[in-house]
Design a protein. Structure first.
Length: 437
């Protein structure tokens, strides 16, 4: 019997997302690529033949729900374990319990939520028990398991990638919530199709966000004898600002900066501005973005437009002076300029080729003619002998060799014909012909 409180029964105090958590694959929404008819994960669950696995996906896509469904179908002991409050001691206690069950012929399925929060030592504590079959490990993570889970443990688990829910999936989920008794089916809630789709779009693929937003909208709806009406004005107050999925130290951080960099390289200013704004709205430090733009200016534009470096440095200074939110337009200025600038990676290639050679070859001595000779002894030893002062010639050029003998014919910089670098290529060709003459 449910406990009754001043505000109704205790069940009504449970969040909508928890009340509507499905307990069967038939009621599960989304992830058709994994649990659709005939798909491998569905077959493993239905046959109770699961092995150790990792569920990887963004928040609110059904990782914990799938584990809950497995718990209801498996003939094994199911243990729900959270990585947040647990340490080595708690892990060993659970492992010992699982080992005892194995010895009497019972399987243990251990679900570890947010497994990426465990450090290496804590993850290592699972390894021997997974290897000998004491436990079947099901881990859930929002982070890339390649980076966050030990290679030895990961190699013994199958990774299932869960995707953000599509808008139609979320619309279906919201309509179910309005119709089911566990949701608002007994409260006669009136909400337009447009507002349902607004919530689905706002949720950005996250079922929990969608249901929490619907719950907030209903609780703040207009109450009348006929029921509850969710108005557009009331809903707008519940979704005044979208919380973007963005971790400034996680994989999404690198995905977005990569998207920005590659969009600029592809001369797509619209995509570049979009990815930049995603980062800013997610809370990224504008100075970090500005530093990446400075790097891009030389790596991908280079001598094709040397003004690009000045624009990028100026954007960094503007961000430093103003900060957010005012500096967003300065970053937009730089991003669009770099996107539209002619592209050349000749400087980057010269830098990388020379760097590799310096690191792998022996350190060549500086040729005597270009050594500094501040003392009489150095002059006697030949330091600076044969030096040719370029300004003493009409061409401002000499035939003097500046490279070590072993590298005298080495060429690192190969200018392109893009933008202003075409002039640099022509000038370099003139210099090389002069020295060959």
């Amino acid at each position: 019997m449910e406990q009754t409180t001043l505000f109704g029964n205790s069940r009504s105090m449970t969040p909508l997302a928890s009340r509507l958590r499905p307990d069967s694959l038939e009621d599960f929404v989304g992830q058709e690529h994994l649990i659709g008819k005939g798909k491998i994960l569905r077959q493993l669950i239905e046959r109770d033949q699961i092995s150790s696995m990792i569920f990887w996906g963004p928040p609110g896509v059904g990782k914990t729900t799938l584990a809950s469904i497995i718990a209801g179908r498996t003939q094994s002991e199911f243990i729900n374990f959270s990585a947040v409050p647990s340490g080595i001691k708690e892990i060993k206690e659970v492992m010992n319990r699982a080992e005892q069950s194995r010895r009497v012929g019972l399987r243990t399925v251990l679900f570890v939520d947010e497994i990426h929060r465990f450090n290496k030592a804590q993850q290592d504590a699972f390894l021997p028990y997974v290897e000998r079959g004491s436990i079947i490990l099901i881990g859930a993570t929002t982070e890339n398991p390649s980076f966050e889970i030990n290679a030895a443990l990961l190699s013994r688990c199958r990774v299932f990638v869960l995707k953000a829910l599509g808008e139609e999936d979320l619309v279906r989920l919201l309509k179910n919530a309005l119709q089911k008794p566990e949701g608002f089916g007994n409260q006669n809630v009136k909400i337009s199709e447009e507002n349902i789709r607004t919530i689905a779009a706002f949720a950005n693929g996250d079922a929990r966000t969608a249901l929490n937003t619907l719950e907030m909208a209903v609780l703040n709806g207009e109450i009348s004898p006929e029921g509850i009406r969710v108005t557009t004005e009331g809903l707008s107050q519940c979704i005044s600002r979208k919380s973007l999925l963005y971790d400034k130290t996680g994989e999404e951080h690198y995905n977005l900066i990569s998207a920005l960099h590659k969009s600029m390289r592809n001369s797509d200013p619209d995509a570049a501005v979009y990815w930049m704004m995603r980062m800013l709205e997610g809370g990224e430090n504008p100075l970090y973005i500005a530093r990446r733009l400075i790097r891009f200016a030389s790596e991908d534009v280079g001598m094709a437009d040397s003004n690009a470096l000045q624009v990028a440095v100026a954007a960094y200074q503007a961000c430093h002076f103003l900060g957010m939110p005012e500096c967003d337009v300065h970053l937009t200025h730089a991003v669009v300029y770099l996107s539209l600038a002619p592209k050349s990676n000749a400087l980057y290639k010269a830098c990388e080729e020379c760097k590799k050679e310096v690191r792998t070859r022996r350190a060549e001595p500086v040729p005597m003619q270009i050594r500094n000779a501040p003392t009489g002894l150095m002059k006697e030893l030949g330091y600076g002998k044969g030096y040719e002062y370029a300004h003493d010639t009409e061409e401002k050029l000499t035939h003097m060799q500046c490279m070590p003998d072993s590298l005298k014919d080495r060429v690192y910089y190969h200018p392109t014909g893009q933008g202003e670098e075409k002039k640099a290529a022509q000038r370099l060709e003139e210099i090389r012909k002069f020295r060959e003459s």
